[in-house]
Ligand binder design. Sequence first.
Ligand code: HCR
Length: 386
Amino acid sequence: QAGEAVPVAQRGSWTSFLKSIASFSGDLSSLTAPPFILSARANFPVSLTEFPAYWCERPELFAAIADATTEEARALAVLKWFMSTLKGQYTSRNESMGSEKKPLNPALGELFYGVWPDKNGRGQTDLLVEQVSHHPPITAYVIENRSKGLKLVGHSAQKTSFSGGSIIVKQIGHAVLTVKPAAGGEVQYLVTLPRLRIDGLWYGSPYIELSDHSYIVGGGYTCNIEYKGKGYFSGKAHTFKATLSPVHSSGDIVVEGTWHQNSKITHGGSGSFHDVSAPKEEVTAVGAEAGGEMGGMETRKLWQFVSKGIREGDFDSASKEKTRIENEMRQRRKDEAASGTTWPMKHFKPLGSDPVYEKLAVLADITPETEDTYVFQDNWPATLRS
Ligand code: HCR
């Protein structure tokens, strides 16, 4: 019998869902899950195309990277911004919806545009997301604060497997942060992504723990971030240890703490480091496809009735609407195959290997030695450039 958190009427389908993921490897997002585990926020649906917004929900920390005037200060500012995104990326569904949920699987060409407005001189930060592949799902994104000379371009995909009752998610993809300091020049940082374990499945209340390592490399420093859960460094959940090392000299700085709460510098300095207890700032969605209106491929418009059904507990109409969208997409693919065309990407161009990744990954012995990338075409919609 499945756990307490699963509504009685959905226990049978939850058990079947768990059995299917136990024997499945590949694109988990395409499996049909019982309605209680589907994701919908107060007023809009949550498709994976909205997730890149987690990178900038503390826009002042992103902007602060531009204020650093030494390599060490900049490397610390990049690490602080990165650590401060993890709570939103990996625990925010638990906080707002009671447990980790299954996001909507984006359609090819799905779009999301948003903005964090200028406040207290931090400058405006813009967000643009495009689903560049459906099988497997790949989401490409760019986040830019033009006035501060900061730009993050990345893509995200996942490989899932099942082990010991948990889902293991290997994140594929990386991001490159480009900083143009006021003093001139350009500095680039490679940001890689941690591995996830989804526990609590049997009880119907999944939650995420991070494991292994992720890296931030560039600007004269490498940073190795090690993640542990309960029973490792401190017996606490969501623990990390980040070691920041200069490439050409000695003198590590070590930061330790819990990524969803706070941390302090434990070696090579002292004092508190990051603290995410203050509220974060969600992105404001901007309709851009149709000159300021949301077009049919913009995520909140595309999924609006699926989301409404989930929120209102009308799972029949949510599932009918989801099937309608999926059938429409299938038909589109068939028509393209018949006419020998493919869906054109709107904002990105795929590139088989990323020269920035190759140059920086080697400094921290990151494998694989190369990864593909999606190059942003610098074609921001006018609504985000007013
Ligand atoms: C694994 C996951 C889809 C991918 C989500 C990613 C990795 C996407 C990139 C973001 O930057 C960070 C991120 C956070 C999410 O936690 C992660 C999702 C968690 C669950 C979901 C599975 C496809 C759905 C599993 C179904 C379970 C909950 C029953």
